[in-house]
Design a protein around this ligand. Structure first.
Ligand code: ZN
Length: 465
């Protein structure tokens, strides 16, 4: 059967309802980067698609990172001196700082405050906060609720476990005629929030379910992985498969009422870029195209200089609270979703794959990877010493001498660090990095010096004549 929306085995309305009801099923589960929440999520998906589940042990070295301990939680609450629960994990799993270590203690409000997170500008929303790599505990709550807490003793219970275990991910490959692959990657690590990240999970699942009935030229690989550490783990365990990936999309934040936003690949003119833009232009939907930047979701691991794969991301509202106030809060719930948007997103991804299939040509090597060009001696070129995925920046204390006093300065510095790491492939001079990132050359140079002292980049010495 030829790949076409009209050849689907059921109506688009049924697919729309299926996606939404899957989202309702997955919503209550407390997910994290490891643990039973991910397993439960994958088990539900296994009822719909033949997903394989993989378990990678704690302590496994994955490039510059190590698979962390597994986290699971049963219950958590804060109760006041009268015994009344004032914050309760059972009301919303966002109430717990994700990865909180166990607690069973009493403390004053002054002590407790150091462990409470809220957003004063959005006093009715619970923020989503994590602490994966610094052992800590805490509660997240509506700012209005925090204001009601009194200066008294509180009982704090976190019934969680952080111990050796596994990182779990799911994978499903639709085998096409060719070993050349299209990668659809989504993440499965966020607790009760819809757009980020259930929308990605349900659209990817529907695509996998319905595309597998067609005879395809490309193979299509679906990844359901915890964000960042899961992507790095998958890549490190499957490095030999990376060469088969010819086009990729990270599927996330796609169920809200916003217009489509396409974040281009690192190279910016790959076939997937042209294909997505063509499909968006052909539709009546409003859309925006943005250039690649080396932070965001897992596109940045696939696009790290050691791989440089053409992986973009077609989303809707940009995952950044300055732009989308629902992002990473309890306001990213089922009300924030639109069934119509979910279906429209499903259709766009389907059409993109259909278009790639039409233009299929067996590719001998990834021509997008060739970056050869004349290099001028007088400019500064650097090499990322860990070019495969991003290094675990947290362990290098990059910002300790930079001070925490000016958040904006710190943010620019952070951005500069990401850009220098991503473009230090020996082919981009610091001047070019400055131009591409829109950051001052001086800042790029400072970031590079800092990375050099931490042995994360080195000056390229053998420059072509
Ligand atoms: Zn997120």
């Amino acid at each position: 059967m030829s790949l076409n929306l009209t050849n689907l085995t059921c109506s688009l309305d049924e697919i729309k309802d299926e996606m939404y009801s899957l989202m309702e099923n997955l919503f209550p589960i407390c997910r994290s980067i490891t643990g039973n929440g991910v397993r439960q999520t994958l088990e539900i998906l296994q009822n719909l698609i033949p997903l394989s589940q993989y378990e990678i042990p704690t302590g496994t070295k994955v490039f510059d990172w190590i698979v962390p301990k597994e986290w699971n939680i049963n219950d958590a609450y804060i109760s006041d001196s009268s015994g009344k629960k004032v914050v309760d994990f059972k009301d919303s799993n966002l109430h717990i700082l994700n990865y909180s270590i166990p607690q069973d203690t009493e403390m004053s409000f002054d002590e407790l405050k150091k462990h409470l997170f809220s957003i004063p500008e959005q006093p009715d929303d619970i923020p989503y906060v994590t602490s994966y790599y610094n052992e800590n505990w805490g509660f997240c709550l509506e700012h209005n609720r925090l204001l009601k807490m009194k200066n008294e003793m509180y009982k704090v219970v976190v019934d969680s476990k952080l111990e050796n275990g596994f990182l779990t991910y799911g994978e499903f490959l639709i085998k096409g005629e060719s070993k050349d692959e299209i990668l659809i990657s989504t993440y499965v690590c966020h607790p009760s929030m819809c757009n980020d990240n259930l929308s990605g999970i349900v659209v990817a699942t529907a695509l996998a379910k319905y595309l597998k009935n067609f005879n395809l030229k490309y193979s299509i690989r679906f990844l359901f992985i915890p964000e960042t550490i899961g992507a790095i783990t998958w890549i490190s365990q499957n490095e030999e498969k990376m060469k088969n990936i010819k086009h990729g999309l990270v599927l996330t934040c796609i169920g809200d009422r916003g217009k489509f936003v396409y974040k281009k690949t690192r190279m910016g003119n790959a076939e997937i870029d042209n294909t997505v833009i063509k499909i968006l232009q052909k539709s009546n939907s409003d859309f925006e195209i943005i250039d690649f930047y080396p932070w965001g979701s897992d596109e940045r691991q696939f696009s790290s200089p050691g791989f440089n794969l053409p992986v973009g991301s077609l989303m809707r509202s940009i995952p950044n609270r300055e732009i989308t106030k629902e992002y990473h809060t309890s306001a990213d719930n089922l009300d924030f979703m639109s069934k119509k948007s979910l279906l429209d997103s499903f259709e766009k991804y389907f059409l993109i794959i259909e278009e790639l299939e039409k233009n299929f040509e067996e590719q001998k090597s990834n021509s997008n990877n060739s970056q050869k060009k004349l290099i001028h001696n007088q400019e500064d070129y650097y090499l990322n010493i860990n070019p495969k995925c991003e290094p675990q920046l947290g362990k290098y204390q990059l910002y300790e001498n930079f001070g925490g006093q000016y958040d904006t300065e710190k943010k620019y510095m952070k951005n500069a660090i990401f850009w220098v790491l991503n473009l230090s492939d020996g082919f981009h001079s610091l001047k070019e990095i400055s131009k591409r990132s829109n950051l001052e050359l001086k800042l790029v140079q400072t970031a590079t010096k800092l990375l050099e002292t931490k042995k994360l980049v080195m000056r390229k010495t053998n420059v072509n004549p």
